[in-house]
Design a protein. Structure first.
Length: 117
């Protein structure tokens, strides 16, 4: 599976951005799509995920109510809608995929989100 993330940019605090992640290749093997982020000087952290087949979502506590993950299976695309952005959301955001078991094995290249105060 190959993943291509896009949509990052510079936004003021309180603003919104929508990130996209397009999947190609063996997409039939995808069970879960996840979003992660890595802020400068920090370790990569989990943001949220979506079950590729049934659409169930799961979010890290700090983004609940502000971020929404959705997908379009026909387009092999997942989106991360980010609202009420905060400076602490500044990070490189990555999408990743995994099968029904195991760890995330395919990763996109990352897209930078910068939130100014």
């Amino acid at each position: 599976v190959q993943l291509q993330a896009s949509g990052g940019g510079l936004v003021q605090a309180g603003g919104s951005l929508r990130l996209s992640c397009a999947a190609s290749g063996r997409t039939f093997s995808i069970c879960v799509m996840g979003w992660f982020r890595q802020a400068p000087g920090k370790e990569r952290e989990f943001v949220g995920s979506i079950n590729w087949n049934v659409g169930d979502t799961y979010y890290e506590d700090s983004v609940k109510g502000r971020f929404t993950i959705s997908r379009d299976n026909a387009k092999n695309t997942v989106w991360l809608q980010m609202n009420s952005l905060r400076p602490e959301d500044t990070a490189v955001y990555y999408c990743a995929s995994r099968r029904n078991v195991g760890s995330y094995s395919s990763w996109g290249q990352g897209t930078l989100v910068t939130v100014s105060s």
